[in-house]
Design a protein around this ligand. Structure first.
Ligand SMILES: Nc1nc2c(ncn2[C@@H]2O[C@H](COP(=O)(O)OP(=O)(O)O)[C@@H](O)[C@H]2O)c(=O)[nH]1
Ligand SMILES: [Mg+2]
Length: 311
């Protein structure tokens, strides 16, 4: 993604470095925006809320800046230990960031701007103390009649009187270069911390587990996807080949048969789709094996949550 330089008076562009937290309700488009800005798929995206469980990072290096994006799980009000951890991860992402980008699904409020206040009051209070906040009114591509945008922008302006509000589409990229530009200008001066071709601070193993989880998410329905977890059990790297063993946790026996599918069809498809993406992520040929294991109550089990990097 291109961005204009900000040139100092002596003609030299100084370098900026910092972190930006992407926050917002589940499904607002945070992971999509991060992928669009980074230019690689570093975070998995599905049409379901609560796909993102951990703090995912993406790194973008420009000619005069480097930014580490923190893609946080959405802030939500449902109970349970897992949700507590998700909310905490979201808050921690916020606390440590230099810039906060609040994403709002503008298309959700196009016909009913009044709902905005109700749904965003909690987030507004949480980011109230931060100085560098930008608001991105996302999914404008879904709003055919642009005059429906106006009430949403007005409502947002009322909710966030001091903040800059920008219409964007994380999916098409519309408005994203401008948003990035404004956000980069809020970063502190500093030096790059990561090599310029690095796209995440997370280990490749983790990203691979996420790809497998995304494919499982896309092939399952109802409560099944929320009870899924993927752990990389083995990783053997040869010169041009990586052999990966992935373990899929499910909550119940019935979920296990759903995930495996008739004659193993679902798991096979998941494996094929995941392998293609992992090959493109790692740049190597991949041999991927998956197993499914029933672990009742893993979403409430501190040991398993920890081993998955949650809490
Ligand atoms: N039409 C449209 N869909 C979007 C846009 N941004 C995200 N989405 C979709 O919204 C859903 C949730 O996106 P995701 O990035 O996972 O949201 P998150 O929960 O905030 O991380 C996915 O189906 C995305 O493809 C956008 O700008 N336009
Ligand atoms: Mg997400």
């Amino acid at each position: 993604m291109e961005s204009t330089r900000d040139i100092e008076t002596d003609g030299w562009a100084r370098f900026r470095f910092g972190t930006m937290a992407l926050v917002g309700l589940p499904n607002a488009g945070k992971s999509t925006l991060m992928n669009t800005l980074v230019g690689e798929k570093v975070a998995i995206v599905t049409p379901r809320p609560q796909t993102t469980r951990n703090r995912i990072t993406g790194i973008l290096t420009g000619d005069h800046f480097q930014v580490v994006f923190l893609d946080t799980p959405g802030i939500n009000r449902a109970g349970g230990r897992m949700n507590d951890l998700l909310n905490r991860a979201a808050m921690e992402g916020l606390m440590s960031a230099d810039v906060v980008i609040l994403l709002v699904d503008a298309s959700r409020y196009a016909g009913r701007p009044g709902l905005l206040h109700k749904e965003l009051a909690l987030i507004r209070d949480r980011i109230g103390n931060f100085s560098s906040v930008l608001i991105a009114a996302n999914k404008v591509d879904r709003i055919r009649d642009k005059k429906n945008m106006l009430p949403v922008m007005e409502e947002l302006a009322g909710l966030f009187p001091e903040r800059e509000i920008m219409p964007v589409s994380a999916l098409t990229g519309e408005g994203c270069p401008f948003l990035l530009d404004r956000a980069v200008n809020l970063l502190p001066w500093g030096e790059a911390l990561y090599p310029e071709d690095q796209i995440s601070t997370l280990p490749m193993r983790f990203m691979v587990a996420e790809v497998v989880r995304e494919k499982l998410f896309m092939h399952t329905r109802q409560e099944v996807p929320y009870g899924l977890a993927v752990e990389i059990e083995s990783w053997d790297e040869e010169e041009n080949l990586i052999r990966i063993g992935a373990l899929v946790y499910v909550l119940k026996n019935t979920h296990k048969s759903i995930v495996i599918g008739k004659k193993g069809r679902i798991l096979k498809e998941v494996g094929i789709e995941a392998r293609k993406e992992i090959e493109s992520l790692t740049g190597k040929k991949v041999f991927l094996e998956t197993w499914v294991k029933v672990r009742p109550g893993w979403t409430e089990n501190q040991g398993i949550l920890s081993s998955l990097g949650l809490g």
